[in-house]
Design a protein. Sequence first.
Length: 93
Amino acid sequence: MPTRCTVCGQPTEIEVGFYYGTGYVSYALTVAMSVSTLVAWWVLIGFGLEDNRFLYWLVSNAVLLILLQPWLMRVSRSIWISWFVSYEPNWRE
């Protein structure tokens, strides 16, 4: 992450360890994404007792989360800083 916002100049590293809480946000996003893919898989493909469709979902969900990890990290940092730094649309005035 850059040390300052490229638009307004707000420091992104407010204090040491500020982004430790993003782990909780990232975890919540990951759980929400896993539940939504589970429901979508269940509705579209279904789960059978005699085959390994649940295992296929588990593996594909793990691969999806690994591939989306850089995006999830950035989004969770953005959500975390938005809770502590308020947005001012007229900051130039």
